[in-house]
Design a protein around this ligand. Structure first.
Ligand SMILES: [Zn+2]
Ligand SMILES: [Zn+2]
Length: 232
């Protein structure tokens, strides 16, 4: 992965940036063209706690969060999973395209409130068996890029995945919760600051992030936020 990152930096010096969503010339030094940039599906009216898009402007929380709030305090999922994010994210997640990851991390930081940053970023860990087959941990790579951009320290190994779980996409909401139970643990002697943001690529039901947040809170963390590129 390091070699890929170095090659990418070199290619950026030698070649003009290209849009990773459509192949047209990039704009403003980004691997994204102007036409794709204006189509970015910003998740502007979102529930503060779970990030779901809200129909009523001015509401702060969705009905589900008022009834049964997740264990994280705030969600930051600035984009919807629509074009061009549905092109960029699979490139990053399944094809190890670090340039797409860097671009997504850059886009994530545009609407970020610098006055409300956590004290550390913790990526949702991938199980070793999946890391071996994929060769690549997208949550860690995203967290790395965000840590560089925001200067928030990265705690890459604060959480460990105790067992491999079924891919969440194959499961319904209840099964997702059951699938996640006891899947994560704190690394022994991990030193955790009071305010942490968990980092993952996409939030679907939020079951994985909720389970990770519970583990961090039980380890003495006072506030856990959830940061993902998009809300599916
Ligand atoms: Zn484009
Ligand atoms: Zn909500």
């Amino acid at each position: 992965m390091l070699i890929a990152a170095v090659l990418h930096r070199f290619s950026r010096i030698l070649l003009a940036p290209r849009c990773l969503a459509c192949g047209e010339p990039g704009h403003g030094g980004l691997d994204l063209c102007e036409a794709c940039r204006v189509q970015l599906p910003w998740n502007q009216h979102a529930c503060r706690q779970c990030g779901i898009g809200l129909a009523t402007v001015g509401q702060s929380h969705c009905g589900a969060c008022r009834l049964d709030p997740p264990p994280f305090t705030q969600s930051f999922c600035p984009l919807h999973y629509r074009f061009p994010i549905d092109r960029l994210l699979p490139r990053f997640k399944f094809h190890g395209d670090l340039a797409a990851g860097e671009l997504l991390a850059t886009l994530m930081q545009w609407p970020m409130d610098p006055g409300d940053l956590p004290q550390a970023l913790v990526p949702v860990p991938l199980h070793q068996s999946r890391l071996r087959t994929r060769g690549y941990d997208q949550a860690l790579e995203l967290a790395r890029a965000l840590a560089r951009g925001t200067r928030v320290p990265l705690l890459a190994n604060a959480l460990v995945r105790r067992r491999a779980t079924h891919p969440q996409t194959e499961l319904g909401a209840t099964e997702r919760k059951r699938n996640m139970r006891d899947a994560f643990a704190l690394r022994p002697r991990a030193s955790l600051p009071p305010h942490i943001a968990l980092v993952d690529d996409v939030m679907t039901t939020g079951a994985t992030l909720a389970e990770c947040a519970r583990v961090l809170l039980s380890g003495g963390v006072q506030r856990v936020d959830a940061w993902t590129i998009a809300r599916a």
